[in-house]
Design a binder for this molecule. Structure first.
Ligand code: SF4
Length: 339
């Protein structure tokens, strides 16, 4: 699979917006470490950093707030999770848009080039168990979404300042919040605009976007990276093709800060209550969750389910290894090397 970060070639840098000192501080933006990608977190870095701070991301906080037990299964016990069509679809769209916006003006990439980026970024993992025609249907859908994205007008006078801007924001000595902002634009006045892509089928109402913890954290990250809060933040719902933009003044940055500190304190205190919720049916750990013990999954059943998950993962990895070995053999033949 192509890494979603494959489009990043070295550090990004914000262009200077003005010469009068009012422009945001220009700082290097580090690329995200391999395997870490915005809200999706295919690999799980350690729970604390070298300074003992709880290492959080928006998705970790969101998981904890949904169900602390799920957080424990995933990030403390490190139980395996399954790739899914939805996550792979999102990863692929993000990868294509990153490459698209990485191209410097004056010539934005054509629609064909954008579709080429999709081809390069297509993440097959979540589709591996689907019949071929379903895989093709997902791919065609992604093409359609990106065609629509390409046809949309962007606000005039804006340029892309950074894509996948990796941040690590400390919150006192308690926590560090890490992640990457999908895109940061700068306008003609030197003001910053944060954009996060979403691949939900429907756009969320404006009130929910304004209350988004993720966007509040990204605004704080923006200040940490560039020395200036953004003027606007937005969720771009790329499937329906609707960008919902809110002004900085609508965000509650203090509440976001309090949420980070509360979550870190609860994790440090090992408070991992089980909170059944409407997403349990999609939870990777339902088979071993005490909330569903009486249902069908006794210890034996849970072990069988987990073994099946591991078998599926093993099969996928063997398939990927074979493809890699075939590629190496092909290259070796072309170059007249022994393998
Ligand atoms: S199945 Fe539901 S209650 Fe159990 S860990 Fe998952 S989200 Fe929490």
């Amino acid at each position: 699979m192509s890494s979603p970060n494959a489009g990043s070639q070295g550090p990004s840098r914000l262009p200077s917006a003005s010469e009068d000192g009012a422009a945001p501080r220009l700082l290097e933006v580090e690329d995200a470490p391999p395997g870490t990608f915005g809200e999706f977190e295919p690999t799980a870095p350690p729970l604390t950093d070298a300074q003992g701070r709880i290492r959080l991301s928006f998705s970790r906080i969101d998981t904890y707030r949904t169900c602390p037990r799920k957080f424990r299964f995933r990030y403390v016990d490190r139980l395996p999770t399954q790739p899914s069509p939805h996550l792979s679809f999102g990863t692929s769209i993000h990868g294509a848009l990153e490459a698209f916006h990485d191209r410097k003006l004056p010539d934005p990439p054509s629609e064909d080039e954008l579709l080429g980026f999709l081809y390069d970024a297509w993440d097959t993992r979540g589709f591996a168990d689907l019949p071929r025609e379903e895989q093709v249907a997902h791919y065609r859908h992604a093409q359609q979404v990106l065609r629509r994205y390409h046809a949309r007008q962007r606000p005039p006078g804006r340029t892309t300042a950074a894509t996948e801007a990796w941040f690590e924001v400390p919150f006192a000595y308690e926590a560090v919040v890490v992640g990457s902002i999908d895109r940061v634009d700068v306008d003609a006045d030197g003001d910053l605009h944060v954009i996060d892509y979403k691949t939900n089928r429907r756009a969320r109402p404006r009130s929910e976007v304004a209350a988004s913890l993720q966007l509040a954290l990204y605004a704080l990250a923006c200040r940490h990276l560039y020395g200036a809060l953004p003027r606007t933040v937005a969720l771009d719902f790329v499937v329906p093709g609707l960008e919902v933009i809110v002004g900085l003044e609508e965000l509650d940055l203090e509440a976001a800060r309090a949420t980070v500190l509360e979550t870190a304190a609860a994790i440090r205190a090992e408070r991992f209550e089980t909170v059944p919720n409407r997403l349990c049916d999609w939870c990777d750990h339902r088979a071993v969750c005490p909330a569903w013990e009486g249902e069908a999954d006794d210890t034996f059943g849970a072990a069988v389910t987990t073994a099946e998950q591991l078998r599926r993962r093993l099969r996928r990895e063997v398939r990927e290894l074979r493809e890699l070995e075939a590629g190496i053999a092909r290259l070796a033949t072309e170059r007249g090397l022994d393998t």
